[in-house]
Write a new protein. Structure first.
Length: 135
């Protein structure tokens, strides 16, 4: 089987997943709210027990020390997706966020731009993230 780009219909559902996933991912990694509650919201988008899920669980202990008051995903873009076969996809994603830290500069705002590759798996219409790497 050859690796191939995804058709428009698949890109639409992967794009919808990306928007929802990134909202919960950034809330979690920025330490907004109770770490356990934020993890439970993120877990609905993770393949439980996979590498990304394990990394998020390990990070939970440090998130209680975060002083982030909120994070806003200003934009997220699915730049492309490759169908790897057997329900696996490699997503190329860009995102911009504004994180608010009390007492940080005049406004407390820090803007971040990130590019990432995410491996997801779709099973019976349910898409879950397995791995995520920044680049």
């Amino acid at each position: 089987q050859f690796i191939k780009d995804c058709p428009a219909e698949e890109l639409d559902k992967l794009s919808s997943f990306t928007v929802s996933f990134l909202d919960r991912y950034f809330r979690y990694i920025c330490g907004v709210g109770d770490p356990m509650s934020s993890y439970q919201q993120l877990a609905a988008y993770l393949e439980l027990g996979a590498e990304l899920d394990q990394r998020m669980q390990v990070a939970m202990d440090g998130l209680g020390w975060s002083h982030t008051s909120s994070v806003k995903v200003d934009s997220s873009q699915l730049n492309g997706a490759v169908d790897l076969g057997d329900g696996f996809y490699l997503l190329d994603v860009s995102a911009s966020t504004t994180v608010y830290y009390p007492g940080k500069g005049e406004t407390g705002e820090v803007n971040n731009d990130q590019n990432m590759k995410i491996i997801v798996r779709e099973t019976a219409g349910d898409i879950r993230a397995i791995s995520l790497e920044l680049y």
